[in-house]
Design a protein around this ligand. Structure first.
Ligand code: HEM
Length: 402
């Protein structure tokens, strides 16, 4: 159906749109539930349809590589369980959850608190900081590296390759040749790195996820070395390049809405629901794809087997059909006893974010400590956005803090 609207995806790269994609999403969402992207996938704009697709296993996630990265096979890149369907996905996620356990996450509380308070206090001493480099990037980077088992001397390498890999999630067609090359080079570097680290940890296990993956057994089933490799890379990148944007987008939201941080200062128990509100209000992940495994009906549309969609998480999270006052940032929203629909910032269904508990913990601790230790948090210059399409976040966020 022609709507007279330009495909949203290309507008997302216009500098004037990147700072605030929400008016554009609103226009498209009000006009149509589905919109032809112009490159073989249909955009899904509303909360109900997006939720239905993410919750339904007859929508496959296996084809994202082919859809977005038609040349990726050339590199024989490892495939993560993020891009697998059952039964392979079920088996691998089950095995990984034996190593990446709730206890392992809870044990991180003292360390996350130490890191968060140290970073906030250093920012307070400085008075003015570029908050992505000072807080949003290093906090999740250090946490996920220590969790997985990457030693401190290699953190700069992760910092160097992470952004290129995250940008590489975007469709090849919107990447420059240099960005595609950087994605491929960074991937190969990380593959070589983890091959080496896995060999070391298998020989000399430590208290980390790499070692725990090597020790996982379930009814005689174990992870192959290739599966360990893809899992380590998935945890490292999925656990880091997303959380940095939740923190950055959250800091920006608090700088623009100081009364919301004041609310957490008064009621620290709001810090946990605030993480959900940040992921709804300004999602770190803005889109994901699915492909119909059979003919499937969504709303008034029938998708034929093999047809693909791009679920616009960022748009669904602002859908007024699902949320009251969707464009308002309100840290009490998910604390209310009134039923609030789930945001899609961690997705839904079988691929629901495996690190959601860890991301929540990092956010909760950071927002509590920020509220407790600061009086004011203000923008000290214009925020600069990263060029990414699937992942939305800031490259620079100058803040004045007292
Ligand atoms: C605020 C931070 C985070 C956000 C917004 C986020 C978001 C997401 C989303 C939307 C998905 C599903 C993608 C899809 O279905 O296409 C996902 C999956 C995943 N995430 Fe996260 N994530 C975050 C933090 C983390 C952390 C800290 C870790 C681990 C250390 C992690 C590990 C994973 C893994 C392993 C998957 C794949 C799950 C599966 O396919 O079964 N994430 N995440």
């Amino acid at each position: 159906m022609s709507t007279g609207l330009e495909p949203v995806v290309f507008d997302a790269f216009a500098p004037e749109h990147r700072a605030d994609p929400y008016p554009r999403y609103a226009r498209v969402r009000e006009a149509v539930p589905f919109l032809d992207s112009g490159f073989g996938v249909e955009f899904v704009t509303r909360h109900a349809e997006c939720s239905q697709i993410l919750s339904e296993t007859r929508w496959s996630h296996q084809d994202e590589a082919t859809l977005f990265h038609p040349e990726a096979d050339r590199l024989n890149l490892p495939t993560s369980f993020l891009w697998m369907d059952p039964p392979d996905h079920t088996r691998l996620r089950g095995l990984v959850s034996k190593a990446f356990t709730p206890k392992r996450v809870l044990d991180l509380v003292p360390r996350i608190t130490e890191l968060a308070t140290g970073m906030i206090d250093a920012a307070l001493d400085a008075g003015e900081v570029e908050a992505i480099e000072a807080i949003a990037y290093p906090l999740p980077l250090i946490v996920v590296c220590e969790l997985v088992g990457v030693p401190p001397e290699d953190w700069p390498m992760v910092h160097r390759v992470g952004p290129g890999l995250a940008r590489g999630f975007d469709p090849d067609r919107v990447l420059s040749p240099a960005e595609r090359q950087a994605r491929d080079d960074n991937t190969l570097e990380l593959v070589a790195y983890f091959r080496d680290l896995i060999t070391k940890r298998l020989a000399d296990p430590r208290n980390d996820v790499v070692s725990a993956l090597g020790q996982v057994h379930e009814q005689g089933d174990t992870l192959t070395e290739h599966e360990m490799l893809t899992t380590c890379i998935t945890l490292l990148i999925a656990g880091h390049e997303t959380t940095v944007n939740m923190v950055g987008n959250g800091l920006l939201a608090f700088a623009r809405h100081p009364e919301q941080l004041a609310e957490i200062r008064r009621r620290p128990e709001l810090a946990a629901p605030a993480v959900d509100e940040i992921l709804r209000y300004d999602s770190a992940v803005h889109m994901t794809t699915r492909t119909a495994r059979t003919d499937l009906v969504v709303g008034d549309r029938t998708f034929a087997e093999g047809e693909s969609v791009c679920v616009l998480v960022g748009s669904a999270n602002r859908d007024p059909r699902a949320f009251d006052r969707p464009d308002e940032f309100d840290v009490t929203r998910y604390a209310s006893t009134a039923p609030t629909p789930r945001h899609l910032g961690f997705a839904l269904g079988i691929h629901y974010c495996m690190g959601a508990a860890l991301a929540r913990l990092e956010g909760e601790i950071l927002w509590v400590e920020l509220a407790r230790r600061t009086r004011t948090l203000e923008l000290a210059g214009d925020p600069v956005y990263r060029p990414n399409l699937l992942i939305r976040g800031l490259k620079e966020l100058p803040l004045r803090i007292s």
